[in-house]
Design a protein around this ligand. Structure first.
Ligand code: MSP
Length: 540
């Protein structure tokens, strides 16, 4: 099977329902949605999953504080998640909730398998637990006695619980990671995990008794299963594991979006799992590699193909926190500037590799430079000139008589014809910023081409008719390529360019992204500005 025929299963984390989503959550989701859209636009079978993590102490605490039940609380917040994903047009195929009964049943099955494999034992437990992370720490992990992620003092927990023999997996995981060089990307994150594995793994407590908001252990229901070992199972329970039941529509009423989610042969787990890719933030890479893969191996399931872990946003140089009052709400940004502007900022300035800083000034600068003056201006002036000089009809291709301009045209042709390969390479490497930079080199070169060829001057000179035709044909081809190239990244802008150009974006990449796709005489639609320039102060 070629790469584009192989089904790919892309997941976001399941977000906790203790609070509304912020820019960090939107970032993980936009990365996943963009990857999913890219592969879909290549005709590759894609399944995109997101959802909600609803069990555990953190949710229990938030619900109690709000004077409601965890279930009622979760329902309300899940409604808000869905509103946000709708607003951002995130095209997930599945929205799973960890309170979905089929999920709870799968978690119990995993635990039965761990028990049968003799990987669970009971032991007294004294640990430091950060409720915010829902994770145990040792004294050594803490920074000045506080959780390294949340900077809060962990709870001291003393109970008799079930332990999972995580220590049995140190070598297996080392071997797995060494023999699958791309299973954790980018490389520094993989080294981080290998480094931790060299220290050896400690067994970890995977049930709790002083608390009941979770999945009960089947053979001793006063124990509820640790929220992480519960939630991680979603990635396979959503596929109907272990019996391929519950998939997709009956258990996801109204939530399964794409037809191709139902695979041939109706064996969704076998179909989707081999190329499962988890998109997560660096804070939960440990859970998504070490904990999850050990749990899977213990239950007799192969680990997923890949985990991509991105960094974190700060805001104007500070940690983003409710206390500081600097939480960036993605819905507000989308309302004010449009969802493509939000996506663009996340994809260009976001923490795909290291950490990033959300700065309003750079948001405004990038928006004006790249979207309004760069892309918007190119599309608008090209189409207006086509209306003016060719009555809105794409002229036949021809060469420039002017040698230097012909050289520039050949450069544009080369760039357009190379673009799909370059985008594929960047997307494979999870470098969406680099992919957009490839597109923006074309935007900038094309704007430079307009300035250099100056069709508005050529139009006044009857001896330069051929050059005018060559320049306008070239610009139409560039816009055609841009609409296709931008489709996964800025879907609204791509659609608007396509409407204005009079095309429907129905063809697939990579073939659609080539020079010479427009027929002479093709009639364009009505030009309209794509992005209004922001006049606000960069710090406004
Ligand atoms: N419920 C768990 C995941 C379980 S998956 C089986 C969880 N949820 S979460 O609501 O805390 O969301 C975590 C995601 O949000 C991670 O990908 C994390 O990196 C991301 N972010 C949270 N704050 C962030 C920033 N400040 N910046 C970027 N992303 C951050 O963990």
């Amino acid at each position: 099977m070629t790469e584009l025929q192989r089904p790919i299963y892309i997941t976001t984390p399941l977000y906790y329902v203790n609070d509304e989503l912020h820019i960090g959550h939107a970032t993980t989701t936009v990365y996943a949605d963009t990857l999913a859209r890219f592969w879909r636009s290549c005709g590759r079978p894609v399944l995109l999953l997101t959802g909600s993590d609803e069990h555990g102490q953190k949710i229990h605490k938030a619900a109690t504080a709000a004077g409601t039940t965890p279930r009622g609380f979760a329902d309300r917040i899940v409604g808000k998640f869905n509103e946000l994903w709708e607003k951002l047009d995130v095209q997930h195929d599945i929205f799973i909730r960890t309170t979905d009964p089929f999920h709870e049943a799968a978690v119990q099955k995993v635990f039965e398998r761990l028990k049968a494999a003799d990987l669970l034992y009971k032991s007294a437990y004294k640990a430091l637990y950060c409720v915010e992370c829902e994770t145990n720490y040792t004294e050594k992990d803490l920074l000045d006695g506080a959780c390294p992620v949340h900077k809060t003092k962990p709870q001291v927990v003393e109970e008799e619980n079930y332990f999972f023999k995580l220590s049995a997996f140190t070598e297996k995981l080392q071997k797995h990671i060494e023999s699958h060089p791309d299973c954790i990307v980018p490389e520094p994150r993989r080294n981080e995990i290998l480094g931790k594995l060299r220290e050896g793994l400690n067994d970890t407590s995977v049930t709790r008794v002083q608390f009941d908001w979770g999945v009960p252990l089947p053979w001793e229901p006063k124990h509820v299963i640790w929220v992480w070992t519960d939630a991680l199972v979603n990635y396979i329970s959503a596929l109907g594991w272990p019996d391929n039941d519950h998939f997709p529509t009956d258990e996801f009423p109204g939530r399964a979006r794409h037809q191709h989610a139902t695979p041939p042969g109706n064996k969704p787990f076998e179909y989707w799992w081999p190329e499962a890719v988890h998109i997560v933030g660096k804070d939960i890479l440990w859970h998504h590699s070490v904990i999850w893969w050990s749990e899977l191996l213990g239950a007799g399931v192969q680990p997923p193909k890949q985990v991509f872990a991105h960094g974190w946003w700060q805001v104007e140089g500070d940690k983003m926190s409710k206390t500081l009052g600097n939480v960036i709400r993605p819905g507000d940004i989308a309302d004010k500037y449009g969802r493509d502007a939000l996506r663009y900022h996340i994809l260009r300035e976001g923490p795909q590799r290291g950490d990033s800083d959300w700065r309003h000034a750079s948001f405004v600068t990038r928006y004006n430079a790249d979207l309004a003056n760069g892309l918007g201006n190119l599309v608008n002036r090209s189409l207006n000139m086509l209306n003016k000089y060719f009555d809105g009809e794409v002229p036949a291709e021809c060469k420039f008589e002017h040698e230097k301009l012909e050289g520039l045209r050949q450069d544009l042709i080369g760039h357009v014809n190379d673009l799909s390969d370059r985008l594929l390479a960047d997307v494979r490497a999870f470098d969406l910023n680099a992919a957009l930079e490839q597109i923006w080199v074309l935007v900038r070169d094309s704007n430079a081409f307009v300035n250099e060829a100056a069709p508005f001057k050529l139009a006044k000179d009857p001896t330069r008719k051929q050059d005018l035709q060559a320049s306008m044909h070239a610009l139409c081809e560039v816009l055609h390529a841009l609409a296709y190239a931008l489709k996964p990244f800025l879907p609204d802008a791509a659609q608007r360019i396509a409407d204005q150009l009079g095309i429907d974006l129905a063809e697939r990449l990579p073939a659609a992204l080539n020079w010479g796709r427009l027929l002479p005489g093709h009639k364009i639609g009505t030009p309209a500005p794509l992005f209004a320039r922001l006049d606000e102060q960069a710090n406004g």
